[in-house]
Each structure stands twice: as structure tokens, then as C-alpha cells.
Design a protein around this ligand. Structure first.
Ligand code: HSE
Length: 443
């Protein structure tokens, strides 16, 4: 039998390194190496990590290690917290947390502070950090990755974007295939779930409540509904694949709360569906991006991606690659976090941290796309509105009148020119006009 012996952490000259020895030991049975995990946060995801560390022990032992949740740092260490029985020491005090000998830290606090300070403290001691916190990675991922490199340790965040599909690490190991100049995807499970449920007849409130019950939604679900969560994930991807730093607040976004149930029927009549889309393309440090509900034609790869499922299409010189799978929920997030832990403790420094340099993006504007425009309460006929738009260069490929509304699908045009045309329609007809991006089928 062949065994891999893992010595979790060794400290040399102030730097912690994970030592990995391939030792072939004939006819021996290897005991899995204990790995002492510090858990920053014990909410929905933290509790799932603690439970899974116990429940998945046989599978993890087969990879050569046995996680022990040595300590968890929480805001309130009240007795009877879920999963606290799987934690050796539950504390409210960072100094107590860091007094433990830890081989790896898993950060699932969410938000930027105190997560950033605590993650830096762990990295500064050479302790590898694994996180699912997209707010942290979007705002400080570059800084933390550079800091980890300087300290000779790892900072991993596979679970921060499409938690159940391990594509970030895959691409990190594939520098040529990963050359990418645009991406498009569905990065928020809650908003995709809500739109899918509304299309099946649910109300917005019922669908959101169900997403919360299933653990898909953020503690503040307005982050999901407004597109804020997807914008953070998109910022992570733009840095990862484009090497460009874009603060999430600079990404143009519209929430799914502008969508009316009739829009979904009209989209179907026009040959598509409405999905919560995140899109970015970059060139010369200029980014064209948006997060918004968008019309997706039936033959586009994102059209069948329903419910809480996420997907991303990455395009570059080698073509387009599609990744799709579960993106939300404590169990799937915990599984990816523990897989990251497995990589950190078994690979350690064997896989070098990503060398991608990143610079600040110069601009971040919405792209020219086709559009799907809803016109309500217009004092004009559909044909007159289409004619008026044409006078502004906005040409329609399809016009549908349904449920007292007019829907127009346009040919591609820059947002500024579209908005000039829509302003003219509003002025002439006193209509309520809402534009949605409309995707084209390219792959
Ligand atoms: N609230 C997030 C979502 C959780 O719905 O996608 C996963 O990041």
C-alpha cells in the first residue's frame, strides 16, 4: 500500500511551511494526519463545515488527513449553538482563538471587517487561510493574496464564487487555457431561484422566503436581490481572469426587483427567459460589465440554468468553456471549503500561489448589447414607438404586445444611444419604460 505522509505545518525562520513527503511505505496502514482547523464564524456555513468535518471523516481520511475543529471564533458563544459540539473551543476572543496551534484557518464570517483583520493575522503567522467570503475577496483579495505570498502561505477562495464548482483553482493551474477576455454567467443562486419560482407562479415574497429557508440567501437578502452579491463575485472573476481590479460598486447593476411576472411571459413569447446575468469583457484595462436581469434566448447556454444553479462561460483565444453547478447553500459551500483545506494541507507549497498581477481598471461601463424593453401605460401604438426609436438609431427586431404592455427586442446598440431613444419615448407617450439587456447566442 502506498501512503502519503503529511506533516501539517513546520515553522522555520518565522515562516510556516507545509511539508509534504511522498513516502511509499509497503504494507503499512497510514493513520490520517490530524489537521487543526480554526473556524472564523459559526453561522450557517460555519456550522455546515463543523458538521461535514465529522460526517466526511472517512472521505477526508482517504485523502490522508483528519480535520479537527480546534477553535471557532464567534460573536456570541452562547451555549447550545448549532454544531458547537463539533468544536473543541468556542470563543468570542481573537486572542484566545489565536492562542491555539492551528494548521489552517477557515473564514466564514462574511463582510469585510473584522474578517480582513483576522485573516491578515492568520496569514501573518504563516497559517493558510481558506474563505468563502466574496465581500472580502472582492474588496481585498489582491492584497491578501500578495500578503500570503510574502508570508509563504496560501490564501484560497474557491468557495467564494459558484461554491459547488471548483473552477478557480483549476484555472490557476492552467495558465494557457485560462487566457480569457470575457465571461458571462449566473452568479447568484437566490435571484435565479426567485425568478425561476416566479415563472412557475410563485410570488416574489414566497420565493424569497423559500430561498431563505433553504439557506441560499445572504443574511441581508437585499444583497442578492439588488445584484450586490453577484457584483462582488463578478469583481473577483474580473481580477482572477482579467487581472483588473474593479470595486464592486463601480459595476453597473440592476436588481431583479424590477422584473414583473408579465416580463417572464413576454420573454417566453419572444423565445427566451429572464435570468440574473453577470457579464464582463475587458481590453486595455477597460472593462464593459453589468449585473442585471437579462433576456436570454432559449438556445443560449444560460437559458436552461434554472433554480439556485449557477453557471459561467469563460471566453478567450482557446474558445469558450462552460462551468455550471450549485452555487448557494451551506452544505455545498462547506464541501468546497474542506476541499480547499485538503489541497492546502496535501499540496502546501507544491502548487505556487497564482502569479497573476492585477492593476486597477481604468473604466467600467455597461456594454453595447441587444435590449428587451418593456413599455407600460403608453399613450401610443407599438408601431409608433418602434418608429420613434428608429429615429434615434434604435432598431427593433421583434415587437410583442401582451398583458397591456409593449415589449420590444432591439438590435445591438450602445447604452447611451438606447437611453436617448427611451427618453424620447417617455417624453412622447408618458410611458413607463424599463430596458433589460438581451443576450445573443455566440457559443
Ligand atoms: N447568497 C448567495 C447566493 C450565496 O444566493 O448565490 C452563495 O454565495
Amino acid at each position: 500500500m502506498s501512503c502519503v505522509a503529511i506533516i501539517p505545518v513546520e515553522v522555520q525562520f518565522g515562516m510556516a511551511i507545509v511539508v509534504h513527503q511522498d513516502a511509499v511505505i509497503a504494507d503499512a496502514v497510514c493513520a490520517p494526519a490530524p489537521v487543526r482547523v480554526g473556524l472564523l464564524g459559526l453561522g450557517n456555513v460555519g456550522s455546515a463545515v463543523a458538521r461535514l468535518s465529522r460526517d466526511a471523516a472517512p472521505a477526508l481520511a482517504a485523502r490522508g488527513f483528519a480535520p479537527i475543529i480546534e477553535a471557532a471564533l464567534v460573536r456570541s458563544a452562547r451555549p447550545g449553538r448549532p454544531a458547537s459540539d463539533a468544536v473543541l473551543d468556542l470563543t468570542e476572543h481573537p486572542d484566545v482563538f489565536f492562542s491555539h496551534q492551528l494548521d489552517v484557518v477557515i473564514e466564514v464570517l462574511g463582510g469585510v471587517e473584522p474578517a480582513r483583520t483576522l485573516v491578515r493575522r492568520a496569514l501573518d503567522r504563516g497559517i493558510p487561510v481558506v474563505t468563502a467570503n466574496k465581500s472580502l475577496v472582492a474588496a481585498h483579495g489582491h492584497e491578501l493574496a500578495a500578503f500570503a505570498r510574502r508570508r509563504g502561505t496560501a490564501f484560497r477562495y474557491e468557495a467564494s464564487v459558484i461554491a459547488g464548482v471548483p473552477f478557480l483553482g483549476t484555472f490557476e493551474r492552467r495558465p494557457l487555457v485560462s487566457r480569457t477576455d470575457s465571461l458571462i454567467g449566473i452568479l447568484n443562486g437566490t435571484s435565479n431561484f426567485i425568478l425561476t419560482q416566479i415563472a412557475r407562479g410563485s410570488s416574489f415574497a414566497d420565493a424569497l422566503g423559500e430561498a431563505q429557508r433553504r439557506g441560499y440567501a445572504e443574511p441581508d437578502p437585499s444583497m442578492d436581490v439588488s445584484g450586490g452579491d453577484a457584483a462582488e463575485k463578478l469583481a473577483v472573476l474580473i481580477r482572477q481572469f482579467g487581472g483588473l481590479i474593479v470595486p464592486p460598486r463601480r459595476i453597473p447593476r440592476t436588481g431583479i426587483d424590477v422584473v414583473e411576472p408579465q416580463d417572464l411571459d413576454a420573454a417566453r413569447e419572444c423565445g427566451g427567459v429572464v435570468r440574473p446575468v453577470a457579464s464582463a469583457a475587458w481590453s486595455d484595462a477597460r472593462v464593459r460589465a453589468f449585473v442585471a436581469p437579462a433576456f436570454v434566448p432559449h438556445d443560449h447556454p444560460l437559458a436552461p440554468v434554472a433554480g439556485s444553479t449557477n453557471a459561467v462561460l469563460l471566453s478567450g483565444p482557446s474558445g469558450t468553456q462552460c462551468y455550471s453547478g450549485p452555487g448557494a447553500g451551506p452544505d455545498v459551500t462547506a464541501a468546497t471549503l474542506l476541499d480547499d483545506v485538503a489541497e492546502v494541507v496535501t499540496e502546501g507549497r507544491v502548487r505556487p500561489p497564482s502569479p497573476i498581477a492585477a492593476t486597477a481598471a481604468v473604466t467600467c461601463d455597461p456594454p453595447a448589447t441587444s435590449w428587451f424593453v418593456r413599455v407600460s401605460d403608453a399613450r401610443a401604438e407599438a408601431a409608433a414607438i418602434a418608429d420613434l426609436l428608429a429615429a434615434y438609431g434604435v432598431l427593433c427586431s421583434r415587437v410583442v404586445t401582451t398583458a397591456g404592455r409593449i415589449y420590444l427586442r432591439t438590435f445591438p446598440i450602445e447604452p447611451a444611444r438606447l437611453h436617448e431613444g427611451l427618453a424620447a419615448v417617455r417624453a412622447a407617450t408618458r410611458a413607463d419604460v424599463v430596458p433589460f439587456h438581451a443576450l445573443e447566442v455566440r457559443c
